[in-house]
Design a protein around this ligand. Sequence first.
Ligand code: APR
Length: 229
Amino acid sequence: MKNIVVFTGAGISAESGIKTFRDTGGLWDEYDIKDVATPEAWERNPILVLDFYNARRKQVMEAQPNTAHKALVELEKKFNVQIITQNVDDLHERAGSKKVLHLHGEIMKARSTADPSIVHTLKSSNLLLGDKCKKGSQLRPHIVWFGELVPNMELAYLLVEKADILIVTGTSLNVHPAAGLVEYAPRDSAKYIIDPNEVNLLMEEGFTYIKKNAGNGLPELCQKLLNEK
Ligand code: APR
């Protein structure tokens, strides 16, 4: 069975109604990263950080997977599909994808500030000051903030190095080390990027560029791959 690695970003969830970060009107137009998505922000004003993620978590809980997420589940009929996502939403999982690796954390989880191995799955959208782990320390969003290590990067590199096919969609490839993943695909792998806008990826790297929304481009590409002998 051929290996397909799908590297996704905020754009794949855009058609589920979840804002991207850097499109016009995106999240970083509304909030300053250093106020809500850094360890220093958490030290300085944990309530503002908790409110930021509570609002996003509510939106994720109200959102549904879209045709792009579902197309990737169909691919599993014929391929070994590994999703590597920068997204913190759980739409890939809720669509039914079996193998999802999150690089930047998971918004439906919270972890202990005293022991990062203690991770809780949240049932409600609100994580509040005073919500503590069993060791009595405050729970924080299970998110990789700017300036923090990306613990799953090593595994992600290994997965991309084994890809027969790499599909990239919904990411501006602006944030490292995640964006550097595309350089680890084998030279002879088939590479596709699906994005309605120009992306900062040198086409010489052998990518087929599909200038479409993921909601249209991904189902079409998946059908093509499923039909291939
Ligand atoms: N279908 C496919 N792609 C889309 C769609 C769509 N419907 N709508 C927008 N896009 C594309 C945009 O053209 C852009 O290339 O999705 C990309 C969104 O880019 P960003 O907003 O930068 O999101 P992302 O690349 O996921 O950000 C990476 O930055 O802030 C951090 O941790 C955060 O994981 C995030 C990381």
